[in-house]
Design a binder for this molecule. Structure first.
Ligand SMILES: Cc1ncc(COP(=O)(O)O)c(C=O)c1O
Length: 396
């Protein structure tokens, strides 16, 4: 058989989606697994979203749309960016794609290439390095400290910048830490970024609406208007509106980038699903009560989960301010022998917890932070309490 491309041999499956498949397979065999591994709200999509999609189908709104997304949806996105973020965009600066991940892929393909380096603060969302590698650029991991709430410090950023550095990825609220950049912190980062004139900043704002304790949202374009033309926002409806399966995300950035991303998308996937775009429009423009109820539920679950984890032997966890993840340091458990297995790292521990407690979580190694485990609290109160209590009892 002829060989596959070098690129194909490089692909790694998304570890979180791979875990999800494993959990589904174990469940199919009858195992009662509590899945705290997957980053997906456990709520239905809002009623008005579902009705908008049904209406779109009934009205035969089932053909290709403009490649870069329906004009009315791009206008609604501009209104959202104006109202929520005080940022002024025109529809020709927006490209709607098949989810936030696809928006990031389009952005990276249009900004980065061989010879470039792109800075990714760790812990990071597991997909960033792989998507950057696909552009031919080098993903450069910049470590952050737990004592700094895992946020990139201006000093670490300054140290990491090189001639080849072409991009920086910021994600707030963050997956997997749940940490949030304040406006003041972003202003300090901006002082460093402004000096490096050929640096793009990709701001992944997908968890913008999932913020707790009255924490307010800011991104670099909001904190440093001077950098507006160098910031590209990646966003979407998946997390805010529990619409992960509808696959609608978007980018907002300079017109030249949006134009390039539109062309790239026209040759790769064409327009996103017409029906899902109508649903996303309803999500953005319709009543926000269901999304707010979901946010409040996550806010409470976060404390429930945090309390159990911080009472679990060898676990210590910062209090997250957003998203729906907890990233406890579990390294005190390394060296222990559990059910005959010597625990050497997070992968060993996650495996034992899956086998013995029937709870799925993700080793922090996949997020650039060995010694931790990532738990998602986008699960029912009952599952959270049951799953985490089992772990606490098992490790006690
Ligand atoms: C940080 C971050 N960005 C982007 C995405 C992509 O979201 P979507 O499902 O819309 O592709 C995710 C999904 O887990 C995420 O955690």
């Amino acid at each position: 058989m002829p060989s596959l491309s070098h690129r194909a041999l490089q692909f790694r499956p998304s570890p979180t989606l791979a875990l999800d498949s494993r959990v589904k397979a174990m469940r199919a065999k009858g195992a009662d697994i509590v899945n705290l591994g997957v980053g997906e709200p456990d709520f239905p999509s809002p009623v008005n979203v579902k009705l908008a999609a049904i209406k779109a189908i009934e009205e035969d709104f089932t053909r290709y749309t403009a490649t870069e997304g329906l004009l009315e949806l791009r206008e609604a996105i501009c209104r959202k960016l104006k109202v929520d973020n005080s940022l002024s965009y025109l529809p020709n600066q927006i490209v709607v794609s098949n989810g936030g991940k696809h928006a990031l892929h389009n952005i990276f393909q249009c900004l980065f290439q061989e010879g470039d380096e792109v800075l990714i603060p760790a812990p990071y969302w597991t997909t960033y390095p792989d998507l950057i590698s696909l552009t031919g650029a080098k993903a450069v991991i910049v470590e952050t400290e737990e004592k700094d709430d895992y946020l990139l410090s201006p000093q670490a950023l300054r140290k990491a910048l090189k001639k080849e550095t072409k991009g920086l990825i910021l994600n707030s609220p963050a997956n997997p830490t749940g940490m949030v950049y304040s406006r003041e912190h972003l202003e300090k980062l901006a002082e460093v970024i402004i000096e490096k004139e050929d640096l793009w900043v990709v701001s992944d704002d997908i968890y913008e609406k999932l913020l707790y304790d009255k924490t307010s949202f800011s991104n670099l374009a909001m904190a440093a208007p001077k950098l507006f033309d160098r910031v590209v926002i990646a966003h979407g409806v998946s997390k805010t509106y529990s619409m992960t399966g509808w696959r609608i995300g978007f980018l907002a950035g300079p017109e030249s980038l949006a134009k390039a991303a539109g062309k790239f998308q026209s040759q790769t996937t064409s327009s996103p699903c017409s029906v899902a775009q109508k649903a996303a429009l309803a999500a953005l423009e319709g009543p926000q009560e269901e999304a707010e109820l979901m946010r409040r539920t996550f806010e409470q679950r976060r404390l429930l989960a945090l309390d159990i984890l911080n009472h679990t032997a060898g676990f210590s966890c910062l209090e997250p301010k957003g998203a729906f993840y907890l990233l406890p340091d579990v390294s005190e458990n390394f060296g222990r022998v559990l059910e005959g297995i010597k625990i050497q790292d997070s992968e060993d521990l996650a495996q034992v917890l899956l086998n013995q407690c029937l709870v799925a979580c993700v080793p922090g190694d996949f997020f650039g932070r060995p010694g931790t485990l990532r738990f998602s609290y986008a699960a029912s109160d009952d599952d959270l309490r049951r799953g985490l209590t089992k772990i606490a009892k098992f490790l006690a």
